[in-house]
Design a protein around this ligand. Structure first.
Ligand code: 0PR
Length: 366
């Protein structure tokens, strides 16, 4: 029930109490989001009231969105890529499937060929768009099986999907091989790099997954995951800078007369935050962050195996999985559909937390 108004003190003592029941990031080992970089927070605060849904009112902020897409396009070997800032991987994946379907309007019963490991956002996208989702099996490394993908493709396939950094196991699908298949069958190939897109380019040995591969049509990447941005910030990039225009609808009374985005009102603040982090840290800084996460990933795997707890797979990015049934309560971990313990070594998961976690595990298993 609404009251007659609280004092600021009353209100914020309530908020602080409530926030106190959120979990402490020190113990969150299950999340693909992290504590935003201080530069992201400062940029976010500066652009708090901006709305990219009416860009003519915020031309400055809109120019930051273009810069962000250009920065990520360059990182993905195509500075001239098209794209825009979404609310995250879910919206990017929905929009990619919309694009794919628009391009093959003549197909009556469209299907999308998607790996079993795909994030559940593809299920949402297919439900909304009336697309049949065909699941492709994984090989023993839990990467998409290319032969099965090829078997599942037929004349009604509007889109092939590969994942660069799977949610549950941190695997990168054989994107180069899938890109060849897409070229051969002339189908739209969307790469979901929501997680891996801000990791793979900064690895010591980057795995090809981006526009460097001719068959890749679009890429989803989330600065609000490994990009240390504030939430919500995803990006959808397209090889053809004009491609998104096929989704244009009329917006007669706005400062722009058409828009292709899914959301109407869109926050400029996390876009400034995402760009801020990339420009502040630069390639060197991002490499240092990613190297730290990968060192912690390796240390965690080593430590767990020293107690006889086997890894489920050797991940390509900073997601670890183990054959392990029990973890002390204070740690917030997650479990995959196949029943493996899953820990994501995000930037907020520092080395001392890994050691503390291993010590706790050692008390049970050593
Ligand atoms: N694609 C991939 C590969 C993902 O991992 C995710 C989300 C998405 C798409 C969807 O992205 P949005 O959630 O931004 O729409 N992966 C995480 C997951 O589902 C998201 C997450 C993050 C969940 C933090 C929990 C959490 O605490 O596990």
């Amino acid at each position: 029930m609404l009251n007659d108004g609280l004092t600021e003190e009353e209100l914020f003592s309530f908020f602080n109490r409530v926030k106190g029941s959120d979990l402490d990031h020190r113990f969150i080992l299950s999340s693909m989001c992290t504590v935003p970089h201080p530069v992201a927070v400062r940029a976010h605060n500066l652009f708090m009231e901006t709305n990219l849904g009416d860009p003519g009112l915020f031309p400055g902020t809109a120019s930051l969105e273009r810069l962000l897409i250009e920065r990520i396009g360059s990182l993905f070997h195509l500075p001239a890529a098209g794209g825009y800032a979404t609310s995250g991987g879910t919206e990017s994946n929905i929009q990619a499937l919309r694009l794919a379907r628009e391009q093959k309007r003549e197909i009556q019963s469209p299907n999308a060929v998607v790996p079993e490991s795909a994030h559940f956002s593809f299920k949402k996208a297919c439900d909304i768009l009336g697309i049949e989702m065909r699941s492709v099996t994984l090989d023993h490394t839990l990467r998409m099986d290319c032969a099965d993908a090829e078997d599942k493709i037929d004349k009604n396939t509007i889109c092939l999907v590969g994942i660069a950094g799977t949610t549950e196991y941190g695997m990168v699908d054989p994107i180069a091989d899938l890109a060849c298949i897409a070229v051969e069958h002339e189908i739209f190939f969307h790469v979901d790099a929501a997680f891996g897109g801000m990791v793979i380019p900064f690895l010591e040995k980057p795995i090809p997954f981006d526009f460097m591969l001719p068959g890749v049509t679009s890429i989803a990447v989330d600065p609000h995951k490994m990009g240390l941005s504030t939430i919500p910030c995803g990006c959808l990039l397209t090889r053809d800078p004009r491609m998104l225009n096929i989704l244009n609808i009329d917006t007669p009374y706005l400062t722009v007369k058409q828009e292709f985005t899914l959301a109407g009102t869109r926050p400029g603040a996390p876009v400034a935050a995402a760009l801020g982090v990339l420009d502040y840290l630069g390639v060197r800084g991002m490499k240092a962050i990613v190297a730290g996460c990968m060192r912690n990933t390796a240390r965690l795997i080593d430590g767990m195996e020293s107690f006889g707890i086997e890894r489920a797979v050797t991940p390509d990015v900073n997601v670890t999985t183990f054959v392990c049934k029990d973890v002390p309560d204070r740690w917030k971990v997650s479990w995959t559909r196949r029943g493996h313990l899953r820990i994501v070594c995000m930037p907020h998961v520092h080395r001392d937390q890994i050691e503390e976690f291993l010590k706790d595990i050692g008390e049970i298993y050593a």
